[in-house]
Design a protein around this ligand. Structure first.
Ligand code: GRF
Length: 199
């Protein structure tokens, strides 16, 4: 099989890092043509950092002022080709987004454009929807508003608690995030207006 060039990823995290873990495993198991070159956290206590270290991936903690310019510097040092937000709990500035045009993606625990922003699972539960899900989308200058790449639906069950619903959604997140990365790595996507078209 011809050896494909691997897409160089920089993953931005703030917390547990289960999506990071799913991406690392998909890379290591050869399911996607990508590799995680650096993991950057704005939270020094993020467990995601431990996960990265365990796989010998470079890590950085950037939690002070001017953090965005530092993050940009690190991503450029590592020649990152795709920036993946994976539970990164900070909104990126317009300037940051413009540094990496169409090269930043995010995972959100709802079927966008429903329930953008924080507490998406709780809000879905409170709203009484029968289905919610997960979305991987390109990041634009708004909050969870960029073109949608992949979505997965998840049923909301009558006896769901926030924990059971979160867990059911996370399972889907761990499938669709690597899937979306692979679509980008193999250059099968085209953004046409707000729509992402598969070639
Ligand atoms: C996920 O639910 C993701 O959709 C949201 O933040 C959470 C991160 O979880 N953006 P983890 O750190 O990947 O476990």
């Amino acid at each position: 099989m011809p050896h494909r060039q691997k897409l160089k990823l920089g993953v931005l995290v703030s917390g547990n890092g289960t999506n990071l873990q799913a991406i690392i495993e998909a890379c290591e198991e050869g399911h996607i043509d990508a590799r995680v070159d650096v993991v950057i956290s704005n939270n020094p206590d993020a467990f995601a950092l431990e996960r990265a270290k365990k796989h010998n991936i470079a890590t950085a903690v950037v939690s002070k002022e001017n953090s965005e310019s530092k993050i940009i510097e690190i991503l450029k040092q590592h020649q990152v080709e795709l920036v993946c937000l994976a539970g990164f709990m900070k909104l990126l500035s317009t300037q940051f987004v413009r540094e990496f045009p169409q090269k930043i993606i995010n995972i959100h625990p709802a079927l966008l454009p429903s329930f953008p922003g924080l507490h998406a699972q709780q809000r879905a539960l409170d709203a009484g929807v029968k289905f919610t899900g997960a979305t991987v989308h390109f990041v634009d200058e708004g909050c969870d508003t960029g073109p949608i790449i992949v979505q997965a639906t998840v049923p909301v069950l009558h006896d769901d608690t926030i924990e059971t619903l979160k867990e059911r959604i996370l399972k889907e997140e761990h499938k669709i995030y690597p899937e979306a990365i692979q679509l980008i790595a193999t250059q099968r996507l085209k953004i046409v207006g707000r729509r992402v078209i598969f070639a």
